[in-house]
Design a protein around this ligand. Structure first.
Ligand code: FES
Length: 163
């Protein structure tokens, strides 16, 4: 005898209302949980959309034009032949330069929306270099910085030039 239920499986078999609700709610819950988990996990992989200033070093010094901070308070500096990026933060007329090297085991860090992430063991640092999550225990290294009328001059650690 044919069922008059409006709920049918993909194969055309009749399904009662309770089974239909169980199946569809379970599927919706699984999809929602998967979406939530993947967005949380991917957040740690997200590279923030920041301006990258590419330059070369002279000796162990780099020069970054002050004008490059006109539109943003943060600049990621990528130096040819150097193993790490530098993060420079502008705070009114003061500047801070951070070596983006994880203090746990030396991995290069990735900029995220709210700081820096280490892809090797998962340490997180704030935008100013404080440890937010271990295993790293030390804050990021601050580099010496000088300002003249038009440029910032940052002293790099000579140990991290690649040969
Ligand atoms: S090297 Fe960064 S957490 Fe280990």
């Amino acid at each position: 005898m044919a069922s008059d239920t409006p709920f049918k499986t993909k194969g055309g078999q009749a399904m009662d209302r309770r089974d239909f609700i169980k199946k569809t709610c379970g599927t919706c819950a699984a999809i929602s949980l998967g979406t939530l988990l993947s967005s949380t996990l991917l957040d740690s992989c997200k590279t923030a959309s920041v301006g990258v200033y590419k330059t070369t070093a002279t000796g162990n010094l780099i020069t970054v034009p002050l004008s490059s901070f006109a539109a943003a308070e943060f600049k990621l500096v990528r130096i040819q032949g150097y193993g790490y990026d530098i993060g420079i933060i502008k705070n009114q007329s003061d500047y801070t330069a951070l070596l983006l090297m994880c203090t746990h085991a030396g991995q290069a860090l990735t900029k995220t929306g709210s700081g820096y992430f280490c892809p090797m063991h998962g340490s997180r640092f704030s935008e100013t270099g404080a440890v937010l999550k271990g295993p790293a225990t030390d804050p990021l290294q601050h580099l010496k910085i000088k300002k003249d009328a038009t440029n910032l001059i940052v002293a790099l650690d000579p140990d991290y030039f690649m040969s």
